[in-house]
Design a protein around this ligand. Structure first.
Ligand SMILES: NC(=O)c1ccc[n+]([C@@H]2O[C@H](COP(=O)([O-])OP(=O)(O)OC[C@H]3O[C@@H](n4cnc5c(N)ncnc54)[C@H](OP(=O)(O)O)[C@@H]3O)[C@@H](O)[C@H]2O)c1
Length: 249
């Protein structure tokens, strides 16, 4: 995809990977809009990157997604790139009875339903632009699950599958469909669970990830598996034992 002169909406862009992508896209000469649930995080992001445009939106809520679409194209008719980045990760322990249905439903709605519905809402406007893209942020865990976050991994596997089909369906349109497949990146994502697992390796820095991801997008790599995510994608279940090495608790 072209890397300049786009108008880009990044869901969950106030922190972590989304914020790092936003910063690099701004530096490259793009207009960048971010959304998220926490107004204070959006304000902090804007303070660091004053050119950012921010919008409070909970992508797990259908009405919010519809309002986001109306607001975004109403104010930014040149919007041509949607980055489905917002995501949450929860521990779910079937073996310990740690399962809260509302939390699981929220995880699925945020990680899977939202990118599917936002794609559906945005497609007619995106395909009408001279050049446009949908970029879905999945995970290396789409290919090799981390067993203590089974719902998260399932949503990311499903998002990968959805992205393949969407790319196929839009192949004769002006809209390119990309998938960014991150490795472990040092962000807020489920930091509590990482601490509990005594995961000392905090992973790649978000900016390093963003630079590699944008380089891949610029080269037209449709499925960009970054860092160790490339291994997780290639070797799949072979690496299951390696990443789930703690005894079942
Ligand atoms: N970090 C990793 O190791 C890693 C690895 C593979 C894939 N990923 C994926 O990368 C993406 C970004 O995650 P991250 O690592 O950068 O974590 P992060 O810092 O926690 O970022 C997630 C962002 O999504 C937003 N968000 C969450 N739920 C939302 C909702 N319902 N509506 C709108 N915004 C929402 C959060 O803001 P609010 O809470 O304010 O809404 C936050 O800004 C996620 O899809 C994640 O699954 C991350």
């Amino acid at each position: 995809m072209k890397l300049t002169d786009n108008t880009i909406l990044i869901t969950g862009g106030a922190t972590g990977i989304g914020f790092a992508l936003a910063g690099e896209f701004i530096r490259l000469g793009n207009t960048v809009i971010i959304c998220g649930r926490r107004e204070n995080k959006l304000a902090e992001a804007k303070h660091k990157l004053p050119r950012l445009i921010t919008r409070v939106c909970d992508v797990s809520v259908r009405k919010d997604r519809e309002e986001l679409m109306d607001w975004a194209f109403g104010n930014f008719p040149a919007l041509n790139v949607l980055v489905n980045n917002a995501g949450i990760q929860r521990e779910v322990r079937f073996n310990k009875g740690i399962y809260t249905h509302n939390d699981v439903a929220k995880e699925i709605e945020t990680n899977l339903t939202a990118p599917i519905h936002l794609s559906a809402l945005f497609i007619s406007k995106l395909t009408a632009q001279p050049a446009s893209a949908i970029v879905n942020v999945s995970s290396g865990l789409a290919f090799t699950p981390l067993a203590i976050t089974p719902v998260y991994c399932s949503t990311k596997a499903a998002l990968h599958s959805f992205t393949l089909s969407l790319r196929y369906q839009l192949s004769n349109t002006a809209t390119e469909v990309y998938e960014l497949i991150p490795p472990i990146v040092d962000t807020e994502l489920d930091q509590g669970a990482r601490d509990k697992r005594q995961l000392n390796d905090r992973g790649m820095k978000p900016r390093e990830f963003a630079l590699l991801a944008i380089e891949a997008l610029g080269k037209g790599v449709k499925e960009a598996a970054i860092g160790m995510a490339a291994d997780l994608r290639q070797k799949r279940e072979e690496l299951f034992n390696a990443i789930n090495r703690q005894p079942v608790q």
